[in-house]
Design a protein around this ligand. Sequence first.
Ligand code: FES
Length: 166
Amino acid sequence: MLSESARQRIDQEVAKYPPEQKQSAVIAALSIVQQEQGWVSPEAQQAVADHLGMPPIAVHEVVTFYNMFNTRPVGRFKLNVCTNLPCALSGGGTAAQYLSEKLGVALGETTPDGVFTLQESECLGACGDAPALLVNDRRLCSFMRAERLDALVDELRAEAAKGGTQ
Ligand code: FES
């Protein structure tokens, strides 16, 4: 379930901690698995647990606590729209609804072409820039009202057509 390359990378992370604290590398290990496989399947969670000597339920708790881990396959671009209170008061819900209608998918769904997955997100730490949105857990986008959402979707569609990711 873990590739040789993933094992090597995880072991590099494990080496940063004392031997009896291998579990401290769990987030790094899960990130490596997700980078490689696109999501963290139950089998991958088990493999990480075995590799780090952790109870599988402890790994599962980490996977389900952090929004960045995908518990099922996602599209090429995962759009996490913040709908927590500060964003909600400044158009977060409206942004999520706008994207839902524009992409033709409900929150939590992936477009049939596999390009976009739309999700609600917890606070992204950018409350003053609401509505805030995160692309693929890395690119933070601010003030995402209709015009900027249109531009972002166009940009990402063009990127997908070229075969790239962000
Ligand atoms: S509430 Fe949306 S970024 Fe904080």
